[in-house]
Structure formats: C-alpha cells, structure tokens
Design a protein around this ligand. Structure first.
Ligand code: C2O
Ligand code: CU
Ligand code: CU
Length: 415
C-alpha cells in the first residue's frame, strides 16, 4: 500500500509474442506482459486502485470476476476502455478470503479476448487464521487451466465455430506447455481456475489419490472434503490440498467425460516431489463458519435456452432484474437444453439443489459460478451486496464464452 493506504495496481492490456509451444512464437495478448497477467493480491479492508490501460488496437474491458464491488467498478460491457485509454476503478475489498480472477468482458468479444491470453488471478486474504499452506509459489500454487488449439506454426487457432465455441486439444496451465512443479513441502494447496472458453474438466490424479477440497469460488468450505475427482466448469475455482511423499512423481490430470465439452484426456501438471519434504500443517477439521441461509424474499426463474435466457438475448439498454440491496433470493435455473453454466456478478451464492438433490459437499460452499448440466434444474440461494446504483447494471450469464458472446446474458441493478 502507498502512503495514503491505497494499494495501486497499474495494469496494461497489451499485444505480445509468446512461445506457447516451444520454439514457435505466437501472437498473444497479456496484461503487463505478453500472455496472461500477474497474480494480484489484496486483503479484506484494503482500498485498491486500478489503473487499467488499454494498449490493444481495439476497445476492451477488465472485469473482476468474484469481486464484490460497485457496479461502475465491475469492468463489465458498460466500462469499455478505448485503445490508449486508462480506466481507474477503485473500491474497498470487503469479502472473505477467496481465489477470484480477472478477464475482459467486451460485449460479443469476450471469447476472443480471453482466449488470446487476457486473464489472471486476484487473491483475496482476510484475517481469519486458517492452517492451510499459504506460501505463494512454494506450497500455495495457482493453476490456470486453459485449452488451446494451435495451427501448424504454433499460432492460436481461433476456431469459435460449433455449439460451444472453442474446444482445444492442448492444455496450457498458467500459460505453460508441459508444466511441472517440484513440491518441497508435505502438502501443497492448488488454486485451480478453469479459465477456458468452454471446456469442463474432471480433475484428479493419475494414481487416483485422495485430496481435500478446501474452498470453492467465493471462499472456504465449512470443512475439507475428501475427493478423488471433481468437475470444474469455465469461471469456477476450487482450492485443493494434496499430500506428497518424498521423491514421488505423479500427474494431475483431466479425465475424459461423457459430453462434447468434457471430452479428452489431458495431463495438467507433473509433480516431482523433492527427496525431503518440509512438514506442512495438519489439515484443520473445520475451515469456515458458513452463515446459515436466510429466508429468501423472492424467487426468480431463469430458463436457459440454447443461447438465451428466458427467451431473450442480452440487450445493453434493458435492465432485466431489479434487486433490493442486501436481498436474499432464490434464483432457479431451468436448463432446457444442453450443458451451460451460470455466473452472477457481485454476489456470493450457495447451491441449494440440483434436480431436487443436495449438491455434492464440495459445492456447498460460497460460489459465484455453477455448472448446469443439460436438462437440469439448479436452485441457488443468492446473497446480494449493498452497493446501490439504479443506472449501472451487473451481469449474469453463461460462462461458456461463446454463449455469453451470443447474448446468453442479462443485466440486473441493485437499488
Ligand atoms: Cu467471469 Cu461476467 O464473468
Ligand atoms: Cu464475473
Ligand atoms: Cu451456455
């Protein structure tokens, strides 16, 4: 933080050339570099001031996915930055510790902007002591998982055709081809972000070892949940803690699933543990005291069609929903077509049920994005914030970026 107590983040969207595939420099976009962006970090209570300069040849935005902030600071399609321009949003971070992220949100162009490399993590810390591995880069590792398609010369193939848009056959993690990591501690925390355009991953280890999920999108779970595999759809985050034995080698993978957007068997990260490992803290048996759900003041229903919501496409001039500040509501998603997912800006929600059944335990924590399989109903208990602005909307949308670009998005204001 500066002398005035404000934490300043100069960020520049820029073009670059990056060897995504070894020996084959590709045209890419990045933030403060040629591809992807820096991991930002702030603490609950911090005042943060962004200076986002657009060094691209076309208009763009930068959206703080998972941040709870005033709508005018949100970086959605209404906060466009012209080429050469600088946008200066500022807010006070006030939410529990979480792995949030940032990416562009220009209406109709998000798929292309994210795919070229505009994305990064934004970690929020708070004062609640919790004994989880937390030394960044040592035992606390971000993993931005993205699928790509390459031309024969190693350029990004921008093939956004098909029902779901781009589905790659090559995975980069943190923008890296063939990534590996060398654990030096007995446990490592992985903050997994699915930063892909459309792909849904089923993440686990090649030897099917058990690990613990400790956090979902918007913060810690009530307690660690032991799992061998979990699904993660675009925009979602999951924090897991995994134990390693000295000297062992194991692959983190994404396993083939049964639908178009889940197909493919991919190696994500190769772990080779050091010969001696520093002991990590024991996993705590309890993580967060999740507030009991409050009585909802109303229910809204959203029918997810092929690329629309309630039969309508995004209209920047139409406010679809007006929500009172601090409201607790039930949002019912009725997916009448193929797989989608659903993200709501500004809020934190809990998944109440999926086709009438309680969600799996690792999806019972605070979230902002949820996978909605084809022909499925999902009910969310949504808690809205207190930043009122009757004129500037927040978005809710499918985070399969082609669908979002096609207008599978709506706008709400908090009043
Ligand atoms: Cu991650 Cu409206 O987006
Ligand atoms: Cu968002
Ligand atoms: Cu969709």
């Amino acid at each position: 933080a500066g002398a005035d107590g404000v934490k300043r983040f100069p960020l520049r969207l820029q073009e670059g050339r990056t060897e995504l595939l070894p020996g084959k420099p590709a045209a890419t976009w990045g933030i403060n570099g040629g591809h992807l962006g820096p991991t930002l970090r702030a603490k609950r209570g911090d005042r943060v001031a962004m200076a986002v300069t657009n060094g691209l040849g076309e208009a763009g935005t930068l959206h703080w996915h998972g941040m709870r902030l005033p709508a005018a600071m949100d970086g959605g399609p209404h906060q466009m930055i012209r080429p050469g321009g600088t946008w200066n949003p500022e807010w006070t971070v006030d939410q529990p510790a979480a792995s949030t992220w940032y990416h562009p949100h220009p209406h109709g162009q998000t798929a292309r902007h994210v795919y070229r490399g505009l994305a990064g993590m934004f970690l929020v810390d708070d004062d609640t002591p919790v004994a989880l591995p937390s030394e960044y880069g040592v035992d606390d590792i971000p993993l931005i998982v993205q699928d790509k398609k390459f031309t024969s010369t190693g350029q990004l193939d921008e093939d956004f055709g098909g029902t779901f848009g781009l589905l790659g056959d090559q995975i980069l993690v943190n923008g890296t081809y063939g990534p590996f990591f060398r654990p030096t501690t007995s446990r490592v925390r992985l903050r997994v972000l699915n930063g892909s355009n459309a792909h849904v991953y089923t993440v686990g280890f090649a030897d099917d070892r058990e690990f613990h999920v400790v956090a979902s999108d918007a913060g810690l779970l009530a307690k660690p949940v032991a799992l061998k595999r979990f699904k993660i759809s675009p925009g979602e985050r999951a924090e897991v803690v995994v134990a390693f034995q000295p000297g062992e080698q194991v692959l983190l993978k994404s396993f083939n699933g049964d639908s178009d957007i889940e197909s493919g068997d991919f190696d994500l990260v190769k772990f080779t543990a050091a010969a001696t490992l520093r002991p990590s803290p024991e996993l705590p048996s309890a993580l967060a005291a999740l507030a009991p759900l409050k009585q909802a003041s109303r229910t809204r229903t959203f029918r997810l069609g092929g690329s629309n919501i309630n039969g309508r496409n995004m209209d920047m001039t139409r406010i679809d929903e007006v929500v009172p500040a601090g409201a607790h509501e039930i949002w019912e998603l009725d997916n009448v077509t193929y797989a989608h997912n659903f993200h709501i800006h500004e809020v934190a929600f809990r998944v109440l049920d999926v086709d009438g059944h309680q969600p799996p335990e690792h999806l019972r924590g605070p979230k902002d994005t949820v996978y909605v399989p084809g022909k499925t109903k999902v009910r969310l208990a949504v808690e809205f914030g207190h930043h009122t602005d009757p004129k500037t909307p927040y978005m809710y949308h499918c985070h399969i970026l082609k669908h979002e670009d096609q207008g599978m998005m709506g706008q709400f204001v908090i009043v």
